[in-house]
Design a protein around this ligand. Structure first.
Ligand code: DC
Length: 231
């Protein structure tokens, strides 16, 4: 693929709609970088928990944000999130982090810091970025915006399978309740709530396979890349 004609692909959607699965596969097919912005909010949450940062203490939050360094280390099975030199990729997926992350992600100071870093990471284009506000805030001019949906039973099942595969002990109702809780906070917060961008393409993947979804998205991406290269 011509490096001159690289675009930005924004993938947004509710929790566990398979955003990272699609984003990772698209990035691989196109030779693009993949950035999981949810992992950045999770790493920030982990730091806050470890340092007992109170969410109503603005000064402590500012100080903590200055002390946080986040980077992604490419690995064969996907990127690993490195927080201040430590690989926390597995830790940030655990339930105790999931239970706090939406509250942390609703804090404007946290969002400002993360959004600035995300814009820097995608500045060169050739990136697939997934999250909740990528098409509406981080990259409003992204050439391709995809909004993923799936019904809640399917999402709970997928998330449960993912956690069990990692050897974590979790109950189905606990996982379902966490998804509902996060979706509510993520879509009702004052600062950049989750919503579909007007120009996003919606894909409901409840009953299509990962391969079908990838083909669909890849077709949209190739069309956009062609349009972009023609100016
Ligand atoms: O994608 P995820 O489930 O790992 O994201 C974790 C949380 O981070 C999610 O509940 C909301 C928040 N988030 C956000 O507010 N904005 C983003 N761009 C990505 C995630």
């Amino acid at each position: 693929m011509d490096s001159e004609n690289k675009i930005i692909i924004a993938i947004d959607g509710y929790a566990s709609t398979g955003k990272s699965t699609l984003a990772k596969a698209l990035a691989k097919e196109l030779g693009y970088a993949y950035i999981d912005t949810g992992a950045m909010y999770r790493a920030t949450t982990l730091f806050f928990l470890r340092h007992k940062i109170k969410l109503e203490n603005d000064r402590a939050i500012q100080k903590a944000l200055h002390a946080i360094n986040i980077r992604f280390l490419p690995a064969s099975e996907g990127n690993r999130l490195i927080l201040n030199g430590e690989d926390v990729e597995d830790e940030i997926r655990k339930m105790y982090v999931s239970e706090m992350v939406s509250e942390v992600a609703a804090i404007s100071a946290v969002r400002r810091t993360m959004v600035a870093q995300q814009r820097e990471m995608g500045g060169e284009k050739g990136v697939v970025m997934d999250g909740r506000d990528i098409g509406t805030v981080v990259f409003r001019d992204a050439e391709l915006k995809i909004f993923l949906t799936a019904n809640s039973e399917v999402r709970t099942k997928r998330r449960l399978e993912e956690l069990v595969a990692k050897g974590l002990e979790v109950k189905e109702d606990e996982v379902g309740a966490n998804l509902t809780h996060r979706d509510h906070i993520d879509s009702t917060r004052a600062d950049s709530p989750l919503k579909k961008a007007k120009d996003a393409i919606e894909i409901d993947n409840s009953y299509i396979s990962q391969e079908e979804q990838l083909l669909l998205a890849l077709n949209y991406a190739k069309t956009k890349i062609l349009d972009f290269s023609r100016g």
